[in-house]
Design a protein around this ligand. Structure first.
Ligand SMILES: Cc1ncc(COP(=O)(O)O)c(C=O)c1O
Length: 402
């Protein structure tokens, strides 16, 4: 075998969080354990029928859609996106220049980092965060400056704590609300105004990852960054079909913002991919232009699951609280498990109970002491998961009492 090393940037980051979790999960399946998988934010419910029908019909009857797609997105896909953004958020975007189709927002966020960052740059990333936010910066060779998301600050970064020297060096700031993994939403619009002001002052590209904008509960609606004055000068916003329409496996998303800020990503992608398949874009149009009741129905399912799980966890002595959005629960490890650390707890939980959750440490240093549970199974399974986690916690408490 030849002697060859992968790139330094790739080598310095550990395997992706879910690669490790999937391996542990596989071992549990191999041992015939009854696995309850609450690890990945992978929607369990099907894509709405009208979207599936559109895809099937297109693939079957329109063979021209089997050809290479238009990389930046078909004009009518981009038009459907800007019209949806106008209806949903009241923001005006130019379909020709201010929107770019993506093969999922994960792809777009990663490539955006690579299209902007040099090894001498730094990016401001929340900790904990969706792992792609910090891994993409590391893959670009740039430095990550972590903005801690602390419970006492309602899991929002404190911009006043960023040293001026760092701010001057920073090129990108990544924000994601409604938030993965903490399930926090932003209720005070001043937060977005502060972020825009900060980024404008230091010439930083503000990246709003709005993957969960539609998964909100009650009368809370998440805004678009473009609802706030001045955002167009500094921000790009990423959206995804994955969670909104249960289309995670379809790999479709978009990014929008000013042409000048979008262009490096469009150029970068032109060397890598051919864009989202045409039949996917057409199905995306059906999703955006079709009935939107499915979104509220989906949100109310997640809300019901969230309440059930939060309530159940509190009853077995775990500290967590009800959320206003996302498909996650961010729960603090009880004292009897805290010392062990979230990674080891998550591993042991799978091995001993079959319940798979995500260790908080996988989302960053400040995620330690917590775990994330995805609300992606049906009601009866939550009941079983709670029974098993309860038994696991109790036995740990008893062990420590002896
Ligand atoms: C915050 C956040 N952004 C982006 C994504 C990726 O979305 P997509 O499926 O569009 O790549 C996820 C997926 O879990 C996410 O949690």
């Amino acid at each position: 075998m030849i002697n060859i090393e992968p790139s330094k940037n790739l080598s310095k980051i550990p395997p992706y969080l879910f690669t490790k979790i999937n391996q542990i999960k596989r071992e549990a399946y191999d041992k015939n354990l009854d696995v309850i998988d609450l690890s990945m934010g992978n929607p369990d419910l099907p894509t709405p029928g009208h979207i599936v029908d559109r895809l099937c019909d297109t693939v079957k009857h329109h063979s021209n859609t089997h050809r290479y797609p238009q990389a930046k997105g078909m004009p009518k896909f981009r038009k459907a996106i800007t019209e949806w953004m106008a209806r949903r958020f009241g923001v005006e975007l130019d379909p020709e220049n201010e929107v770019l189709s993506l093969i999922g927002s994960k792809e777009g966020i990663a490539h955006l980092c690579m299209s902007y960052l040099n090894s001498s740059d730094c990016a401001l990333v929340c900790d904990p965060a969706y792992p792609v936010h910090f891994n993409a910066v590391a893959l670009s060779g740039a430095k990550v400056y972590s903005m801690p998301l602390l419970e006492r600050n309602n899991f929002l970064p404190d911009f006043t704590k960023i040293p001026k020297k760092t701010a001057l060096k920073a090129k990108i700031m990544l924000l994601n609300y409604p938030n993965n993994p903490t399930a926090t939403v932003v209720e005070d619009n001043d937060f977005w105004k502060e972020a825009i002001k900060f980024c404008k002052k230091y010439d930083i590209l503000l990246v709003s990852d709005n993957a969960y904008s539609e998964l909100t509960f009650g009368d809370y609606y998440a805004p678009s960054v473009f609802e706030f004055q001045g955002a167009k000068d500094v921000a790009l916003e990423f959206h995804s079909f994955s969670k909104t329409f249960n289309m995670a496996g379809w790999r479709l998303g978009w990014v929008c913002g000013a042409k000048k800020l979008l262009y490096p990503l469009e150029k970068f992608k032109s060397f890598l991919d051919y864009g989202a398949p045409t039949f996917m874009q057409l199905a995306g149009i059906a999703a955006l232009n079709g009935q939107q009741d499915c979104i509220r129905e989906l949100s109310s399912i997640y809300e019901r699951r969230m309440k059930k799980m939060v309530n159940g966890l509190q009853k077995i002595g775990w500290r967590t609280s009800e959320t206003k959005g996302t498909m996650y629960i961010w729960a603090e490890l009880p004292n009897c498990l805290k010392k062990e650390g979230s990674l080891s707890v998550a591993e042991r939980l799978v091995k001993e109970t079959g319940v798979v959750i995500s260790p908080g440490a996988g989302f960053g240093k400040h995620g330690e002491g917590y775990v994330r549970m995805s609300l992606v199974t049906h009601d009866k399974r939550f009941h079983d998961a709670l029974l098993r986690i309860g038994k696991f916690t109790k036995s740990e408490l008893n062990k420590q009492r002896v």
